[in-house]
Design a protein around this ligand. Structure first.
Ligand code: ATP
Ligand code: MG
Length: 270
């Protein structure tokens, strides 16, 4: 089991109950998309699984370890979890290479981590990760001189470099154009599959969730609305998930499976 939540509740500092009675588990190697309207609780759920938010109720097991035991085991557990944040928490003046290498700070001994901040310790590794998100030429650029989408890809390069067993990605492609968003989600899914890592990603792009992930979890008002294989999610369920949150038309299901000539669609995951 990669992670397991049992009847988990999460209440933020101001007393707002963001998650209620969440029971959810994933096997190692699964790829799961979290979808749902803004404010539904997707970020709160990812942060809970990543042990960044304490529970107010229930139990959490991550990578076969009970979370929230002592400080040392929590620290060791966090080093095995890779997170792509909704807003990348990268110090603005930091170089791209340093930001990518930061992925392994939790795994390296303290002396190597400290040294890496001054003298990057694994330049080829950082370059390789950046190549995969088409940013190899930005190795020595300053993070505050990148575009929003480039900065988001630095966050993805960092998680690729980290080689975590559990990857939690919060809106990892929200700042990317549609073509790059698709190829970047594909990259994350393939990377996770290749290493038998678990991937949980929140996405506002329902078409990407449906076409690239094997399992979709719909979140609404801090609860699980549905938890289904991607090909079992219906338009009615999607409409209900997003109902009354916006006057815009609900997201439509993209063409699935093969085209009429039996080929895979040119730009889709399936
Ligand atoms: N730090 C916080 N303190 C208090 N309330 C919070 C905090 N973070 C989130 N919330 C509240 O918890 C609820 C869930 O927020 P969360 O960020 O998990 O939603 P989300 O599904 O990720 O939304 P979005 O799609 O806009 O990113 C919201 O009502 C939000 O206002
Ligand atoms: Mg969010």
């Amino acid at each position: 089991m990669s992670f397991s939540l049992h009847q988990v509740g999460v209440t933020h500092g101001n007393g707002h109950e963001a998650l209620t009675a969440i029971t959810l588990a994933a096997q190692q190697g699964e790829s799961v998309a979290l979808i749902g309207p803004s404010g539904a609780g997707k970020t709160s759920l990812l942060n809970t699984i990543g042990t960044a938010l304490p529970l107010s109720a229930g139990t959490l097991t991550v990578l076969n370890q009970a979370a929230w035991q002592d400080k040392a085991s929590l620290r060791a557990l966090r080093a095995r979890i890779g997170t792509v944040h909704q807003a990348a928490p990268i110090p603005p003046r930091q170089r791209v290479v340093t930001a990518v290498l930061a992925g392994k700070l939790g795994q390296w001994p303290a002396w190597k981590s400290a040294l890496s901040l001054l003298y990057p310790q694994d330049m080829p590794g950082a370059r390789q990760a950046l190549e995969r998100v088409h940013l190899a030429d930005k190795l020595f650029a300053r993070c505050d001189q990148l575009s929003g989408g480039q900065l988001q890809r630095v966050g993805i390069a960092r998680v690729l470099y980290q080689q975590a067993q559990l990857i939690l990605a919060d809106e990892p492609v929200s700042a990317l154009d549609p073509t790059l968003a698709l190829s970047t989600v594909q990259l994350l899914v393939q990377e996770a599959k290749a290493r038998n890592a678990t991937l949980v990603a929140s996405l506002h792009a329902v078409d990407l969730a449906l076409s690239c992930f094997e399992r979709l979890v719909g979140i609404r008002d801090g609860r699980i609305a549905f938890d289904l294989p991607a090909n079992k999610v219906t338009d009615v369920q999607l409409r209900a998930l997003y109902a009354a949150e916006s006057s815009a038309p609900p997201p439509s299901r993209p063409a699935q499976g093969t085209t009429s000539d039996g080929n895979l669609p040119a730009h889709g995951c399936r």
